[in-house]
Design a protein around this ligand. Structure first.
Ligand code: IPT
Length: 995
C-alpha cells in the first residue's frame, strides 16, 4: 500500500484545515424521553399558535431563503449571498447541512475550512438573518446519496430506522451539529428552528424510533427552538403526533413541478395535485408552513438549461405564488432555492449536472435580477404588515368573476388584505374590474378600474393603521412605511399605466394640503367627510406630499422599474429610502452625519435618496457623492458604474496522457483485491461471485478502475458483465491492452455481452480485463436503502463459444480515490477527486510538474487530437488582476465538439474540481468558478482531464474564459481559499505515458 501522508493546510480564517476526529459514540439505549423535557425551566423565546411564529412574543413571518453553504466552497462569499438575501427583505436563511460533506469515514465529522458551519452561523447572525437548520441526516437536495455519508452505504441496518449500526453512524454528526446549534440558538445566535430529517414518510415503528432518536439528541444538546418536518406531499404526515412527531409541520410545494422546466415558459398549465386551494394543515395549533416553495427547478443531464428554468419560474411566477400562499393564510415559507450554487467535485447525484443554479433569484454567479427584486417587494411589505400574520379568510366580491379576491382579515384590528389573482393561473387576460371594500365599491373615481394583467397578483390593504395614519384602502400595493424626521412615509408600488386610488382617514375638521411631484401630471385629491381620496396613474416615481395636518405624510408611488430598484435602509436616524441601483447591501457606519451606504452597481446609475436631514452627506462604498436636493425633500446623485475587465485568451496548453491501467503490463500489486464473500448491501452479489461493489472496498467517489486477471483455457469468447455507475454512467473496457469500447451503465437485468477478440486472447496464459467506470454519484433515497445501490461491477463472467460459463475464473482488483475513506486532501474534502490515475497522482493540483522531462508536451493548441481512448490531461496557467472593489463573475466555457467526438471531461481550477462536461448530453458548457477558488488577483492553474471514448481519434475542443458581467462591489472582499498544492511525498512522481 502507498504510504499516505496527511496534508496540512490552512483555511481562510487561518485555522488548520485538518479533520477533527470524533470517536464513534456508543449506541443509544432504547429509552426515549419526551421532548417536552427540553423546555423545562425555560421560557422559550420562540413560540407559535395557529397563525404564526412568535419571537420574543412578537408575531413574525418566517420568510426564508434556501442557501446551501456546501455548494459555495469559498466561505468569504457566504456573506455576499447572505447580504443579498437580507437586503431583499428575507428574515430567515434556511440551509441544509450535508452529512457526507463533513464525514468521509466513521471516525470523522469535520467542521473546518470550507466546512466551517460555525463561521456560517456567525455570518448569518452578523448580517441579521435567522437560521433554519436542516442537517438531515437525509437531505435529498439532488446530491450524491441524498446527503448521507457515503461510508454508510456499507451498513447492514436499514437507513432511517432505529437499527443500532445506523444510529451509531449518524449520531456523532448530529450530536456535533446539535451542539453547534445550541451555541448559536436564539437569542444567543440566529438559529430559530431545526428540521428533523427530510421528507420522510413511514408507518413503521423503527422509522418512528429513528425520528425520535434524532429528536432525543437535540433535546440532550439543549435545543429548545422548534423542530419541524417537511412532508413531501399533501397527505397524512406521520409526524403530527406520537413517536417521532415534530413541533411544527409543513409540506413542500413546487407549484409547477420540479426537475422539469418546459422550453415554453408561457405554459403554466401543469396540474398540481392536490389543488393549490387546499394546502392542508397536518396539525392544529401550528402555523401553515411551506418549508420548500419551489423558487426555480433543478435541471438534468440533457435538460433545457438553467436559464430556461429561470425564465419559466420568472418574476411573475414569484409574484403570483407568493401572494397566493398568503391568500391561504400561510405565514411560514422558504424559497427552494434562493441561491443554488454549484455541484462542484462530485457533489451531484447521478441525474444532475454541475450547475445547481436552479433558476433561482440569485444565480450561480451570485448575480441578481428581476426575480429577487420581485421577492423584495413582498418581503418588505411583510416586514411592516405584521397584521397579516394573524388573519382569517373571507371571499371578496369582484365585478368580474374571472378574478378572485381572497380576503385575509385580522380579527383583532379588522385590517383587511385583498389578495387578487385570476382564477385561472394560465390566464393572460388584462382584466379591469371593481370590488367591494366594506360596503364601498372601489375604485370610486369614475372611469377608473383596478387591473389584473395576466399573471399579475395584487395585495390591496384596507382599514390599516400605519405610523400615525389610517389607510381606508389603496388600490396600489403597499411596499413599506417609516417615519423620516417628522414626516411619515408610505411607499406603494404598481404597474405603469394603471389607475390608483388611495383613501386615507384625516383628522376631523382638518384641511390637508396635497401636492403632487415627480412623474405624475394628472394626480387628483379631494377631501370629504374627513376622508382624503387621491387618484393617479402609476408612472415612474410619484411623490404626494400631504401637509397642513398634525403628522405630515408623504406617499411615494413607484412603478415596477422604480420599485425593483428600491431599497430600504434602517439607520440611526430612522429609515432611508433609496431608489436606483443594482444592489444596496446596508450601511458601513451607524453613526455620524454621513449616510454611508454599501452597495453594488452594474452600470452608471442615478440614485434618489429620502433620508433624515441629520445626514449632511451621502457616501457610497466610502466615497462621498455629489447630491442635489429636489423640491420635495429628497436628493439625487449619480453612482459610478463598474470598470470593465478582461480575461486572457487561453492559447497554449501542456498535454499528457495516462490510463496506464488499461495496459496488461501495468503493475496493480498494491490494488485492493475484491475478495469479500459477503456484503451488507440489500442486493447480494450473484451466486459464485465475489463482492465487486466499489463502496464495499471504501471507494465512493468518481471514477473507479477494475482489473480482472484470469488464466485462459483458450475458449473464452465473451464477457458477460454488469456495471453500474449511476444514471448516465459509462464504462470503458480493454482486454489485454486492446480497447473494446465504451458502454452505458446497465441494471443487473440487462448485462452486456462483450466479445473478447480471439487475436487478443492469450491461451493458457494470463489475461487482463481493465474497466474504467465513470461513477456519476450515488442514488437518492426513493424508499429506504435505495442510496445503497451498488457502484462499479456487479457480475462478470467469461462465456465459452457455446455461451456456457467458462471454467476460468477472474480475480478482480479495484482502485478508487487515493486513500479511500482516509482521503489525503482534507481541505478540498471527500468529493473533489475519484480514482483516475491523474487524480491519484495529483495531476489536478497546482504545482504538479507537467514538464517535458516527464514526457508532457508543451505548446499545444486546441482543438487537439490526443489519440486513442483513454485519459488525456490539458494544463494551462493564466493570470487575473481585477480592480479592487469589483466583482466580475467568470465562467470556463467549453466548445461543443462535433457529434462524433465522444468524451467526458472534468476540470480543476487551482486543484478544485469545478465541473464535468459531457458534450453529447449537455446542456452545460459554461461553468462559473467563484472568487476564492478562482484567484482574481494572481495566478490560476487550470487542469482538464478528458476521458476519450472514441477508439482512435479523440479531439478535444477549445476551452476559454469569459467574464459574464462586471459590478462595482460593496461587499466584503474575499481571500483565496487555502488548500494544498502538489506534494511529491503524498502523490509520488509520475510521467505522462505514450497514448
Ligand atoms: C424536495 C426535497 O426535499 C429537496 O431536497 C429537493 O430535492 C427538492 O425536492 C427538489 O429540488 S422533495 C420533492 C418531492 C418535493
Amino acid at each position: 500500500m502507498t504510504l499516505l501522508t496527511k496534508v496540512i493546510c490552512f483555511s481562510i480564517a487561518s485555522l488548520a484545515c485538518l479533520s477533527s476526529i470524533t470517536q464513534a459514540v456508543p449506541l443509544l439505549d432504547s429509552h426515549i424521553v419526551s421532548l417536552k423535557s427540553r423546555t423545562a425551566n425555560w421560557t422559550n423565546p420562540i413560540t407559535w399558535d395557529d397563525y404564526s411564529l412568535k419571537i420574543d412574543n412578537e408575531r413574525v413571518f418566517f420568510w426564508g431563503a434556501e442557501f446551501h453553504p456546501f455548494r459555495l466552497p469559498s466561505p468569504d462569499l457566504w456573506v455576499d449571498v447572505l447580504e443579498k438575501i437580507k437586503a431583499s427583505g428575507f428574515n430567515v436563511v434556511q440551509s441544509y447541512f450535508h452529512w457526507g460533506f463533513h464525514s468521509w469515514n466513521n471516525q470523522t465529522v469535520d467542521l473546518t475550512g470550507i466546512r466551517d458551519m460555525e463561521l456560517f452561523l456567525q455570518m448569518a447572525h452578523e448580517v441579521g438573518l435567522y437560521v433554519s437548520a436542516r442537517p438531515g441526516p437525509y437531505i435529498n437536495a439532488e446530491t450524491t446519496a441524498g446527503g448521507f455519508a457515503l461510508w454508510s452505504k456499507k451498513l447492514k441496518g436499514t437507513s432511517r430506522t432505529s437499527a443500532p449500526d445506523w444510529t451509531a453512524a449518524w449520531k456523532p454528526y448530529i450530536t456535533k451539529m446539535a451542539t453547534l446549534f445550541n451555541k448559536y440558538q436564539y437569542p444567543k445566535g440566529p438559529v430559530i428552528a431545526v428540521q428533523i430529517d427530510n421528507e420522510y414518510w413511514t408507518d413503521k415503528t423503527a422509522g418512528k424510533e429513528y425520528m425520535a432518536l434524532l429528536e432525543q439528541v437535540y433535546a440532550d444538546a439543549g435545543i429548545y427552538v422548534p423542530t419541524f418536518h417537511n412532508a413531501p406531499s399533501n397527505g397524512q404526515s406521520p409526524w403530527s403526533a406520537g413517536l417521532g412527531s415534530t413541533d411544527l409541520l409543513g409540506y413542500d410545494f413546487y407549484p409547477i413541478g420540479w426537475g422539469d422546466c418546459p422550453l415554453n415558459s408561457s405554459d403554466w398549465s401543469q396540474p398540481y395535485k392536490p389543488p393549490y386551494t387546499e394546502i392542508v394543515k397536518y396539525k392544529q395549533g401550528v402555523p401553515l408552513f411551506i418549508p420548500e416553495l419551489g423558487g426555480g427547478a433543478f435541471d438534468v443531464w440533457g435538460g433545457v438549461g438553467e436559464d430556461v428554468c429561470r425564465r419559466h419560474t420568472n418574476n411573475l411566477y414569484e409574484r403570483l405564488y407568493d401572494r397566493w400562499n398568503l391568500a391561504m393564510g400561510l405565514t411560514m415559507q422558504s424559497i427552494y432555492m434562493t441561491f443554488g450554487g454549484t455541484n462542484w467535485g462530485n457533489l451531484r447525484f447521478p441525474s444532475d449536472y454541475t450547475s445547481y443554479d436552479y433558476g433561482a433569484p440569485i444565480d450561480e454567479s451570485r448575480q441578481i435580477g428581476s426575480k429577487l427584486y420581485e421577492k423584495k417587494l413582498l418581503n418588505y411589505f411583510l416586514l411592516v404588515a405584521k397584521e397579516l400574520a394573524e388573519t382569517h379568510p373571507f371571499v371578496g366580491n369582484v365585478s368580474d368573476k374571472s378574478v378572485r379576491d381572497d380576503i385575509r382579515r385580522n380579527p383583532q384590528t379588522g385590517s383587511e388584505f385583498h389578495i387578487l389573482r385570476h382564477e385561472d393561473k394560465t390566464s393572460l387576460a388584462d382584466t379591469g374590474f371593481s370590488l367591494l371594500i366594506g360596503n364601498i365599491t372601489v375604485p370610486q373615481e369614475s372611469g377608473t378600474q383596478i387591473r389584473l394583467n395576466g399573471r399579475d397578483s395584487k395585495i390591496l390593504s384596507a382599514n390599516l393603521d400605519f405610523l400615525n395614519h389610517h389607510l381606508i384602502y389603496a388600490t396600489t400595493d403597499v411596499l413599506t412605511w417609516g417615519t423620516i424626521d417628522q414626516t411619515d412615509f408610505l411607499v406603494l408600488h404598481g404597474l405603469s399605466g394603471e389607475d390608483g386610488e388611495i383613501v386615507l382617514e384625516m383628522p376631523h375638521g382638518s384641511s390637508p394640503k396635497v401636492q403632487f411631484f415627480g412623474s405624475s401630471n394628472n394626480g387628483k385629491a379631494s377631501v370629504s367627510d374627513s376622508k382624503l381620496r387621491l387618484n393617479y396613474v402609476v408612472k415612474g416615481l410619484i411623490i404626494i406630499q400631504i401637509t397642513n395636518i398634525d403628522n405630515p405624510l408623504t406617499i411615494l408611488v413607484a412603478d415596477l422599474d422604480n420599485a425593483y430598484q428600491f431599497w430600504r435602509l434602517d439607520t440611526h436616524n430612522g429609515p432611508a429610502f433609496v431608489f436606483g441601483s443594482y444592489l444596496v447591501r446596508g450601511l458601513s457606519s451607524t453613526s455620524g452625519s454621513t449616510l454611508s451606504i454599501r452597495g453594488d452597481t452594474n452600470t452608471t446609475s442615478n440614485i434618489e435618496v429620502f433620508a433624515s436631514k441629520q445626514f449632511k452627506t451621502i457616501a457610497w462604498n466610502g466615497n462621498n457623492i455629489k447630491m442635489s436636493p429636489t423640491s420635495y425633500g429628497s436628493s439625487k446623485g449619480k453612482l459610478q458604474g463598474p470598470k470593465s475587465v478582461s480575461v486572457p485568451k487561453l492559447s497554449s496548453w501542456t498535454v499528457g496522457y495516462e490510463a496506464p491501467e488499461r495496459l496488461s503490463s501495468f503493475d496493480d500489486d498494491d490494488w485492493t483485491i475484491a475478495d469479500h464473500t459477503t456484503t451488507n448491501n440489500p442486493i447480494p452479489q450473484p451466486d459464485g461471485q465475489p463482492v465487486l461493489y466499489a463502496d464495499d472496498y471504501d471507494f465512493h467517489v468518481g471514477h473507479i478502475w477494475y482489473r480482472g486477471h484470469f488464466n485462459a483455457t483458450g475458449d473464452e469468447k465473451q464477457l458477460n458483465v454488469t456495471v453500474q455507475g449511476g444514471d448516465h454512467s459509462v464504462y470503458s473496457i480493454w482486454f489485454n491492452s486492446q480497447y473494446l469500447g465504451t458502454f452505458n451503465s446497465k441494471t443487473s437485468a440487462t448485462p452486456d455481452l462483450i466479445k473478447l477478440p480471439s487475436t487478443a486472447l492469450i491461451s493458457n496464459g494470463s489475461n487482463v480485463i481493465s474497466i474504467l467506470v465513470d461513477g456519476m454519484g450515488s442514488d437518492e433515497e426513493g424508499g429506504t436503502d435505495q442510496f445503497k445501490a451498488y457502484r462499479g461491477l456487479y457480475d462478470a463472467r467469461l462465456l465459452t463459444s457455446s455461451s456456457k460459463q467458462s471454467t476460468s475464473t477472474i480475480t478482480w482488483k479495484l482502485q478508487g480515490n487515493l486513500g479511500g475513506e482516509n482521503i489525503v486532501d482534507t481541505c478540498r474534502g471527500t468529493f473533489n477527486v475519484g480514482g483516475k490515475y491523474g487524480e491519484r497522482k495529483g495531476w489536478h493540483l497546482p504545482g504538479f510538474p507537467a514538464t517535458s522531462k516527464n514526457n508532457f508536451t508543451n505548446g499545444v493548441t486546441l482543438p487537439h487530437n490526443f489519440g486513442p481512448a483513454g485519459i488525456a490531461w490539458y494544463f494551462t496557467d493564466f493570470k487575473l488582476d481585477f480592480p479592487k472593489g469589483t466583482d466580475n463573475p467568470v465562467v470556463v466555457t467549453f466548445d461543443k465538439p462535433d457529434d462524433k467526438q465522444l468524451y467526458r471531461a472534468e476540470f480543476y481550477i487551482n486543484g478544485w474540481n469545478f465541473g464535468k462536461v459531457i458534450p453529447n448530453l449537455g446542456p452545460q458548457f459554461e461553468f462559473p468558478v467563484p472568487p476564492g477558488i478562482l484567484n482574481t488577483n494572481g495566478n490560476n492553474h487550470l487542469a482538464i482531464a478528458v476521458h476519450g471514448l472514441n477508439d482512435k481519434d479523440n479531439t478535444f475542443a477549445p476551452v476559454q474564459l469569459k467574464v459574464l458581467n462586471s459590478y462595482s462591489f460593496g461587499g466584503s472582499s474575499w481571500k483565496q481559499v487555502k488548500a494544498p498544492s502538489f506534494d511529491e511525498k503524498v502523490y509520488g512522481s509520475s510521467s505522462s505515458l505514450a497514448a
